[in-house]
Design a protein around this ligand. Structure first.
Ligand SMILES: [Ca+2]
Ligand SMILES: [Ca+2]
Length: 157
């Protein structure tokens, strides 16, 4: 009888910790961790801006890429769902000023994996990046109003 109130309190503590872990886990369901980032492929064929708005609704952004390891990780995320290397939007854009590339999530734009002769700004209207382009599955600049599936990135912490 004496120990009962303590036990109830202890169980409540365990339960609240479990809820904390569970809610954290729930937020990441369907996302693949690589380093300190989580990626997810969405199969909807949307414009770059529509895709970014959707990522934002998940507290995420279109994926930025910092190195080849991350690029390959994103390719694996796409391949796992589609069993192909589908051309897919990522979060790079030079829409503000030609040849000034930015990642929409604020990551400094340093890593590149351009396809041969890209970025070519074809027709002066290519201001958004997609990946898995051509046989070399590299990065190309494309018109932002094209419609592709996309990968969002969720930063941990
Ligand atoms: Ca451009
Ligand atoms: Ca191009």
């Amino acid at each position: 009888m004496y120990i009962y109130p303590f036990s109830v309190k202890f169980n409540a503590l365990i339960l609240s910790k479990y809820r904390l872990v569970k809610s954290h886990w729930h937020k990441r369901v369907g996302w693949t961790r690589y380093g300190n980032r989580y990626y997810r492929y969405f199969p909807y064929r949307w414009t770059w801006a529509q895709a970014q708005r959707f990522c934002q609704s998940k507290n995420a952004n279109l994926a930025s890429v910092r190195n080849l390891g991350e690029y390959r990780a994103i390719q694996r995320v796409i391949y796992r769902v589609t069993h192909r290397f589908v051309p897919t939007w990522i979060g790079g854009s030079d829409a503000q000023q030609e040849r000034f590339w930015f990642w929409i999530d604020g990551t400094p734009f340093r890593f590149t994996y351009w396809c041969p002769a890209e970025p070519n700004n074809a027709g002066s209207r290519e201001h958004c990046l997609h990946m898995n382009w051509t046989g070399c599955r590299c990065i190309n600049d494309a018109p932002c109003y094209n419609q592709y599936p996309f990968v969002c990135v969720l930063k941990s912490g």
